[in-house]
Design a protein. Structure first.
Length: 279
């Protein structure tokens, strides 16, 4: 099968190769398909694809603020899927408008709560070729956070002061993987009703995920105090930190089971799901 993935190239050089389009491209190719990547910022951007030669086109959440996203409504031969990841941030209306403009067949929705009659739930994932346990990195930090401060600064500062949270802000690419591997527990807080990439990247590094409650976790196989830690309030968060601070055997057991779960949430598994939707 011939597949085109349309996504703007990453704007940060350090993690550009971590873009979802490249991870899915590798996954489709491993499954025996021929996948291409095209979009603003890529080396081949000036060479417009021959869209009718593709069996499937996936628009990877480009809402076209600058006018570069092609109007796919005129192309009837390929199946056309629209990937939606950030509806929890930008709202679902932008996705709906693009869906109608391009006359897409289906929305691949990362957030279950936004899935409608035009959507299929396709959660985020991680690339196991890029994100994995690093044997050379010791888990020297009991609890850490790697990411941005967006809507999290106050709680992160509190956890740093009260519980010694190691903050690694805006670490990208391989630096991010190294940081996550250095934690026994990786603190996470999803924005709105999202299940973010950090959730899957953490367990892919054989690190314990400590995250806020979201009903979607249960549907993805996450079980509190079995393969992850889930908190429902700040008091619950602190209780879990104190409970596991010196119990490294339990932490190791949870991280091992989380790592086992991660095998169900790779881009290979997501690519298989996308292919199955074509039938």
């Amino acid at each position: 099968m011939k597949i085109l993935l349309i996504q703007e190239n990453g704007r940060h050089e350090k993690n550009r190769h971590f873009r979802e389009c490249f991870s899915l491209q590798k996954a489709f190719n491993k499954l025996g398909h021929e996948a291409h990547v095209w979009g603003l910022g890529h080396d081949n951007y000036e060479q417009s694809p021959d869209y009718n030669t593709y069996d499937l086109i996936v628009n990877m959440e480009n809402y076209d603020q600058t006018g570069w996203v092609p109007d796919l409504s005129k192309y009837k031969n390929p199946k056309k899927f629209l990937r939606s990841v950030d509806a929890h941030c930008v709202g679902f209306e932008a996705c709906r408008k693009e869906f109608e403009r391009g006359e897409y067949d289906l929305i691949l929705q990362a957030t279950l709560d936004f899935a409608d009659e035009n959507s299929v739930w396709l959660p985020n994932a991680f690339d196991e070729e890029l994100i994995y346990p690093l044997k050379e990195v010791d888990k020297e930090n009991f609890i850490g956070f790697c990411g941005s401060l967006l809507n999290r600064r106050k709680l992160l500062d509190y956890l740093e002061y009260k519980h010694g949270l190691k903050k690694d802000i805006w670490k990208l690419g391989e630096d991010m993987v190294t940081c996550v591997n250095s934690y026994k527990i990786h603190f996470n807080i999803n924005l709105a009703n999202d299940i973010n990439y950090r959730s899957f990247e953490t367990i892919g590094c054989n690190t314990v995920l400590l995250t806020n409650y979201n009903h979607q976790y249960e549907k993805l196989g996450f079980v509190d105090e079995e393969n992850c830690l889930i908190y429902r309030s700040v008091a619950d968060l602190e209780q879990k930190i104190l409970k596991y601070r010196d119990d490294y055997d339990k932490i190791d057991n949870i991280s091992r089971k989380g790592y086992q779960l991660s095998k169900k949430h790779t881009f290979i598994e997501r690519a298989k799901k996308i292919i199955s939707l074509l039938s």
